[in-house]
Ligand binder design. Structure first.
Ligand SMILES: *[C@@H]1O[C@H](CO)[C@@H](O)[C@H](O)[C@H]1NC(C)=O
Ligand SMILES: *[C@@H]1O[C@H](CO)[C@@H](O)[C@H](O)[C@H]1NC(C)=O
Ligand SMILES: *[C@@H]1O[C@H](CO)[C@@H](O)[C@H](O)[C@H]1NC(C)=O
Ligand SMILES: *[C@@H]1O[C@H](CO)[C@@H](O)[C@H](O)[C@H]1NC(C)=O
Length: 476
């Protein structure tokens, strides 16, 4: 009997550790396309993900796919994806098979280098995906990772690249297309107006670009330590200088609960650090912690605030007000009545517009009337700012210019331009014909004969099937 106890104990120990491992297993997305553009072999990143060559995914308008490699003496970037790129001198697309419809994370990696034929720093191009304009007149001379959340309701996702001018070209080093966990983007948020809070519906239908992702009061979190391979940066460069805040770190276990945030919404490393307001140092009602972000006007922004009370000693001790752009966004927010436990993550989504006079978005935490100088008066663990598409379905600019790119294989820019020219020619012919007719009728008023109108009108359709295209489209 005595001998049996130990193996039994070990058995249960193994079962428990297995269950624990399963419950903290990494999210495995149904769609997970990771491609290294222009590369002939796979690349493995620090976070152990493998990016495969892109050749299978490309759909080209007409043989314009060019693969370029960084020169051997180029100063190495931190990522192996920096070594190769795909260059497009004509509108082209990548086509991804989508197994599960819904929100997808799209990441575009740009690491400009200079090869023999192309200096990627001088590229200038547009990018669209799933009917949304992601980038217009984009070019970069430094490494950039662009992240988007786009809902895909089709079996295929096309990501299209088009040179902005006839003489320019597009490039990309790597693309990620990953199914977002279903609970990542809910459908409602608190819409912050100057005078009142409203409900914002349809969040999951918006395309969004991640602009800022901060681990408040904590260190940088790399894709290696994030459940969705995101990067969270420290908040130091974004905060006002106050004398009331301090950072806290927690070494206990973060417990994810039903009704709160899941581990995919943000990882442990975000929730186990925070910046708090020390009630003892709060001197007047104006004391606050405020973060500022440069944004462009004319868009709405999703502001996601992550909370996890790792600082209070008991429940119902922490109350504070949230302000967005100086407008009251949440009064007397009480984390305890939202999640009922300490050290359990919760998040709140706010939506706010930035009008034309401003280029800044601010988020403030201010003590509430229920705050006490004996306790902490405010807390924030993480903050994400996402730009939402405008009414034209664009995340970058006012004109719906590259919708035409969505079906590049059948209808490239060349054909599009041809049909515009044909349309214009046809219109001029009609006008000339009409004027001739008028003149002829004037001249032959008395003879009573009739001239047949031209019957061939088929050539005059303006790029049929293509949505609105503004004048900005035409290459110069
Ligand atoms: C590439 O272009 C950028 C900007 O257009 C320029 O600053 C850089 O010197 C160029 N590099 C090379 C190697 O020509
Ligand atoms: C991951 O996080 C741990 C602490 O939680 C840290 O020690 C480690 O350096 C991080 N790894 C990377 C690659 O960022
Ligand atoms: C935050 O504090 C500054 C001064 O320290 C004040 O000007 C500002 O109005 C405060 N913001 C809020 C939302 O209370
Ligand atoms: C973003 O695009 C969607 C779909 O086209 C549209 O329904 C929504 O109104 C747009 N968002 C905004 C803020 O205009």
């Amino acid at each position: 009997m005595g001998n049996l106890r130990i193996p039994l104990f070990l058995f249960f120990f193994h079962i428990f550790s297995l269950l624990f491992a399963l419950s903290s297993a990494r999210f495995s997305p149904p769609d997970n396309h990771l491609i290294a553009c222009g590369s002939a072999s796979s690349s493995t990143l620090d976070d152990r993900r493998v990016f495969v060559p892109d050749s299978a995914a490309i759909v080209c308008s007409s043989g314009s796919k060019i693969s370029v490699s960084a020169p051997p003496d180029a100063s190495p970037a931190s990522s192996p994806l920096f070594r190769t790129a795909r260059v497009f001198t004509r509108p082209s697309s990548y086509e991804f098979q989508i197994k599960q419809k819904g929100t997808h994370i799209i990441r575009l990696h740009f690491y400009p280098f200079s090869s023999r034929d192309f200096n990627l720093s001088s590229a200038l191009f547009h990018v669209s995906a799933s009917g949304f304009v992601l980038l217009t007149d984009f070019g970069t001379s430094f490494p950039q990772l662009k992240e988007y959340l786009v809902r895909v309701d089709a079996e295929k996702l096309l990501i299209s690249f088009a040179p902005a001018r006839r003489s320019s070209f597009a490039f990309v080093n790597a693309i990620e297309v990953i199914s977002a966990p279903e609970d990542l983007i809910g459908d409602t948020a608190r819409l912050v107006n100057p005078d009142r809070i409203e409900k914002f519906d349809g969040l999951s239908r918006q395309a969004m670009e991640t602009l800022y992702r901060l681990n408040i009061g904590g260190p940088k979190v790399t894709p290696f330590n994030d459940t969705l391979w995101r990067t969270w940066v420290p908040d130091a460069g974004f905060k006002n200088s106050d004398s009331v805040s301090k950072t806290v770190a927690f070494s206990g276990r973060i417990v994810y609960r039903e009704g709160g945030a899941s581990r995919e919404v943000a990882p442990d490393n975000v929730y186990n650090t925070a910046r708090v307001m020390d009630g003892a140092k709060v001197s007047d009602s104006n004391s606050n912690m405020t973060w500022f972000f440069a944004v462009s006007s004319g868009y709405k922004y999703l502001i996601r605030m992550h909370f996890c009370d790792i600082a209070s000693r008991a429940l119902n001790e922490l109350y504070f007000n949230v302000y967005v752009n100086g407008y009251l966004a949440y009064e007397d927010f009480d984390l305890s009545s939202a999640i009922y436990f300490l050290a359990s993550p919760y998040y709140v989504d706010f939506v706010a517009g930035v009008d034309s006079s401003e280029q800044l978005l601010s988020v403030s935490i201010v003590p509430s009337k229920h705050s006490s100088h004996l306790r902490i008066n405010g807390l924030l663990n993480g903050l994400e700012i996402m730009k939402m598409n405008n009414t034209l379905g664009s995340l970058d600019g006012g004109s719906p210019i590259i919708l035409v790119l969505e079906s590049p294989a059948r209808r490239g820019f060349g054909e599009f331009l041809r049909s515009v020219v044909c349309g214009l020619a046809f219109m001029s012919l009609l006008v000339i014909g009409f004027m001739l007719l008028l003149r002829w009728r004037a001249e032959t008023k008395n003879t009573g004969t009739w001239l047949p109108l031209p019957t061939d009108v088929s050539g005059g359709k303006l790029a049929d099937g293509n949505p609105v295209v503004s004048g900005k489209l035409v290459y110069s």
